[in-house]
Design a protein around this ligand. Structure first.
Ligand code: PEP
Length: 251
């Protein structure tokens, strides 16, 4: 049985004060949610406030991005060890906004994932096709390439320590969720790729989150698919009540 994970990606939203206010409201709402792991990824400057606000809770904090070098002249970047020391347990890698706006490649995703693992972080590696790719019938080809050129470069032992997120780009921030069946088909395909690349055992234990316009009113339908091991939530994770209701929907 794979334990579910509900992760919130705040993107470039929430100041330190907003972060404290969010957790003051959110933490009590999910205090009894022992059935899943809860992760929140604030922007870098709000990580310390998030870690402090969640100290006596089961909520874990994630970075939204990381660089692969330990230190150096890399203006604007942060290292895995810096995130770890700041109190992060997870890090999102290869989000479609990183790929599309900042030119991140599968090879960069592979390097970031390896470095994050070496520092003791749990990477949440994102893959997913654009609308044009889906309409051209290339969904499987794109997901397979992102998987094999990204986390496919890991050793089996390293791969056993990552989470993946299937996030169709056309569903992110658009209000257009993949149907539970569409999401499940992609998750099943990714699992087949993992079985081929690594082993059926790793494929069976890998947790794959679905991301793309997950809301309180569609989480239960999505979670009814046994292929889906949780959700990566953008917009709806910014409001404490709405995110808590998504956590409840993962029960
Ligand atoms: C995301 O940012 O990963 C995401 C899925 O966003 P949204 O839930 O807003 O579509």
């Amino acid at each position: 049985m794979r334990r579910r994970v509900i992760a919130g990606n705040w993107k470039m939203y929430k100041t330190i004060a907003d972060t404290r206010a969010f957790f003051a409201a959110f933490s009590p709402m999910v205090a009894d949610a022992n059935y899943c792991d809860i992760v929140v990824a604030p922007p870098f400057p709000s990580i310390a406030a998030a870690v402090e606000s969640t100290r006596n809770t089961k909520i874990s904090i994630a970075g939204q991005n990381v660089y692969w070098e330990k230190e150096g002249a890399f203006t604007g970047e942060v290292s895995p060890a810096m995130l770890k020391q700041a109190g992060c347990r997870y890090v999102i890698i290869g989000h479609s906004e990183r790929r599309q706006i900042f030119g991140e490649t599968d090879e960069m995703v592979a390097k970031k994932t390896k470095a994050a693992l070496a520092a003791g972080l749990t990477p949440i590696v994102c893959v997913g096709e654009t609308l044009a790719e889906r309409e051209a019938g290339h969904t499987e080809r794109v997901c397979e390439a992102q998987l094999s050129n990204g986390p496919g470069a890991l050793t089996a032992e390293e791969f056993s320590r990552i989470l993946m997120a299937y996030e169709p780009v056309w569903a992110i921030g658009t209000g257009r969720t993949a149907t539970p069946e569409i999401a499940a088909a992609s998750h099943r395909y990714l699992r087949q790729c993992v079985a081929r690349r690594f082993s059926p055992e790793l494929a069976a234990t890998l947790r794959i989150l679905y991301g793309g316009s997950v809301k309180p009113d569609n989480i239960q339908g999505l979670m009814a698919q046994e292929e889906l091991d949780g959700a990566l939530v953008g917009g709806a994770s910014l409001d404490a009540k709405s995110f808590a209701s998504i956590v409840s929907g993962a029960m």
